[in-house]
Design a protein around this ligand. Structure first.
Ligand SMILES: C[S@@+](CC[C@H](N)C(=O)[O-])C[C@H]1O[C@@H](n2cnc3c(N)ncnc32)[C@H](O)[C@@H]1O
Length: 271
């Protein structure tokens, strides 16, 4: 889903690259655990579907080693040059990048595993995405998804009314651009219809506290995206400032708890 050619609804600016890095550092342990469950090992050929600026790509490259291969597929504005520059800087010969739209391109086949995180919410057709992943895998290959199941489950205790409005505004903006925040149930259905056998499904959720590392992930999302919603003309400057002020108030209150939006881990085998 795009807001302008080659961009996506959350943007591809430097702040978004940084935010995705914070997000990956919080989620890295869950990602690696999922890859272990999928059987990832040195020598595998993996496709990173909608890789963004490549934060997971580098960990996948380390997991497959110099005799494996990671193909990072992405189509967005500044992410591809970031991926390429970082690949060269790290000297990772096993990583290649491909500029492709998952909704339109033919997938390169034969991969042992596909990793797809927070992409399904942003595409215009989940069955098309699932068919793309099917085509990218060898028979018996494994698809691993981390996708939102219930975005509105993102909650603050004590309640924070502006932040609750912010969650609703984010969901509206994704839907307005053709995506769906609560995409995981549709994904599970599409996998069953498009030639996959479900191997495991598990919920992933954090209860974050101010000052903790996990808090930084949703907090950085609020800061970047209050600004983003303003830039898209969807909210007023006063409202965006109040959202950020409420986040700061929550951060300053040691009694605050933030329950993060429910993510579903889905591991499925290509038949
Ligand atoms: C929230 S980011 C997640 C990036 C990365 N998977 C991660 O976990 O850090 C969503 C990514 O999906 C990409 N994306 C969305 N729709 C796409 C499409 N149709 N084709 C290729 N990439 C797409 C966006 O460009 C963006 O990089």
């Amino acid at each position: 889903m795009t807001t302008e050619r080659g961009d996506y609804v959350l943007g591809t600016h430097g702040e978004e690259v940084r935010r995705l890095g914070i997000q990956h550092r919080v989620w890295r342990r869950c990602a690696r655990a999922a890859w272990r469950r999928a059987g990832l090992r040195p020598g595998w050929r993996v496709v990173d579907v909608g890789a963004g600026p490549g934060w997971a790509t580098w960990d996948l490259a380390e997991a497959v080693g110099p005799h494996g291969a990671v193909l990072a597929v992405e189509r967005a504005g500044q992410f591809l040059p970031v991926l390429e520059a970082e690949r060269r800087r790290r000297g990772l010969e096993q990583v290649t990048t491909r500029d492709a739209d998952l909704m339109e391109s033919a997938p390169p086949g034969g991969h042992d595993m596909a990793w797809c995180r927070w992409v399904a919410s942003f595409v215009t057709s989940v069955p098309t995405l699932v068919r793309w992943v099917h085509g990218a895998l060898r028979p018996g290959g494994t698809a691993v998804f981390h996708e939102y199941a219930d975005y509105g489950s993102w909650r603050f205790a004590p309640p924070r009314p502006r932040l609750a409005e912010f969650v609703a505004a984010v969901m509206e903006s994704w839907r307005a651009a053709g995506g769906e925040p609560d995409v995981a149930p549709a994904l599970v259905g599409a996998l069953a219809r498009e030639g996959f056998r479900l191997r495991s499904v598990r919920p992933l959720v954090f209860a974050a506290r101010p000052g903790g590392r996990t808090w930084q992930w949703p907090a950085s999302f609020v800061e970047t995206n209050a600004e983003r919603l303003l830039g898209l003309g969807r909210v007023s400057p006063d409202w965006a400032a109040e959202v950020v002020a409420e986040l700061k108030a929550a951060e300053a209150d040691p009694a605050s708890v933030m329950v993060t939006p429910l993510v579903l881990e889905v591991i499925a085998e290509r038949l």
